[in-house]
Design a protein around this ligand. Structure first.
Ligand SMILES: CC(C)(COP(=O)(O)OP(=O)(O)OC[C@H]1O[C@@H](n2cnc3c(N)ncnc32)[C@H](O)[C@@H]1OP(=O)(O)O)[C@@H](O)C(=O)NCCC(=O)NCCS
Length: 270
C-alpha cells in the first residue's frame, strides 16, 4: 500500500501592514504632521450649513402643499362643512353655520390673500390654511401683518399637517415682505398655540382668547427658492394624483362594462 505524501506546510503569513514593515527601520525622522480636529464653523447654528440642514430635515417630513385658487371654492366649502360645531368654533371664533361658511368661502380674495391646501390621494382637501394680508399691526397702523387661520380634518390630525401649513404660510408672508404673522386662537386651543409657540411666537392671553405674534426674518434668495420649489412640487404631486384617479376611474368603468356584458351574455344563453 503506497504511503500518503506528507502534507505541505501552509505558506508563511504575510506582513500585517506597512507600519509593521517600516518599524524595522526605526522611528520615522519626518513624521507626517498630525491632522487637526475639524472645528464646526462659528455660524454652525445660523449659517448656510444650518439652513441646508434644516431644509433636509424638512424634506424628510415633506408634505405637498398647494396654493388654491378661485376654482377650488367648492372643495374649500366641502372641507369646512365636514367640521363639527366645536371645530368651527375653534376655527372662526364663533358658532359658524353652513351659511356663514359659504359666505366666508365666497368672500375669499385669492388675488390678495394666500390660500393653501393639502390633498389626500383621493384629492380630498384634508387641510386648509388662509393667510389674510393687510391686517393693521396693533400700535402701528402704518404697518400691516398677515393673519393665519387653519383647519385640518379630524381624521388627518396629529400628523404635522397643521404645523406644515403654518411653516409654509410663514414662508409666503416673509417672501412678501411681511414681518409679523398673527394668529388669533381661543386659549383652550392647545394644538394651535403649540404650533405658534414652537415656531417662536409670543402669545398674549386675554381670558378665553389669545393672540400670538410671530416675527418673521426678511426674505432671502434661499427663502424665495424654497417657496418656488414647494409650489412646483405641490403642483406636480396634485397632477400625479389626478392622473392616478383618472386611471382608477377608467379601470373601474372597464370592469363595470365587462360585468354588464358577462351578465347579458349569461342572460342570452339562458
Ligand atoms: C389646530 C389644528 C389645525 C392642528 O392640526 P394638526 O394637523 O393636528 O396639528 P399638528 O399635527 O401639526 O400638531 C401640532 C402640535 O400640537 C400638539 N397637540 C396636538 N393635540 C394637542 C393637545 N390636545 N394638547 C396639546 N398639544 C397638542 C401636537 O403634539 C403638535 O405638537 P408637536 O409637533 O410639538 O408634537 C387642528 O386641530 C384643527 O383643525 N382644529 C380645529 C380648527 C382650529 O382650531 N383652527 C385653529 C384656529 S385658527
Amino acid at each position: 500500500m503506497p504511503r500518503k505524501p506528507a502534507p505541505t506546510p501552509p505558506p508563511a503569513a504575510p506582513a500585517t501592514g506597512w507600519d509593521e514593515v517600516l518599524s524595522a527601520f526605526g522611528p520615522d525622522p519626518h513624521p507626517p504632521a498630525p491632522v487637526p480636529p475639524v472645528e464646526p464653523p462659528a455660524d454652525a447654528g445660523t449659517g448656510p450649513l444650518a439652513t441646508a440642514r434644516a431644509a433636509l430635515e424638512r424634506l424628510a417630513t415633506w408634505v405637498p402643499i398647494r396654493s388654491l385658487a378661485r376654482r377650488h371654492r367648492r372643495r374649500i366649502i366641502e372641507h369646512l362643512f365636514a367640521m363639527d360645531a366645536r371645530d368651527r368654533y375653534l376655527r372662526f371664533g364663533y358658532a359658524a353655520s353652513d351659511e356663514h361658511i359659504r359666505k366666508y368661502a365666497l368672500s375669499l380674495d385669492f388675488a390678495r390673500d394666500e390660500v393653501l391646501g393639502i390633498f389626500n390621494r383621493r384629492l380630498r382637501l384634508v387641510a386648509l390654511a388662509h393667510l389674510a394680508y393687510g391686517q393693521p399691526l396693533p400700535g402701528d397702523p402704518t404697518r400691516t401683518m398677515a393673519e393665519f387661520g387653519v383647519s385640518v380634518l379630524p381624521e388627518s390630525r396629529g400628523r404635522g399637517l397643521g404645523r406644515r401649513l403654518f411653516e409654509a404660510a410663514a414662508l409666503h408672508a416673509r417672501n412678501r415682505g411681511i414681518d409679523t404673522l398673527f394668529i388669533h386662537a381661543l386659549s383652550e386651543n392647545r394644538p394651535m398655540l403649540r404650533i405658534a409657540t414652537a415656531a417662536g411666537a409670543v402669545v398674549e392671553r386675554d381670558g378665553s382668547e389669545s393672540a400670538a405674534y410671530l416675527r418673521l426674518p426678511p426674505d432671502s434668495f434661499g427663502s424665495q427658492v424654497e417657496q418656488a420649489l414647494e409650489r412646483h412640487l405641490g403642483e406636480l404631486d396634485f397632477q400625479f394624483k389626478r392622473q392616478a384617479r383618472v386611471l382608477n376611474d377608467f379601470v373601474d368603468s372597464v370592469a363595470e362594462v365587462k360585468a354588464h356584458f358577462d351578465a347579458s351574455g349569461r342572460a342570452a344563453k339562458e
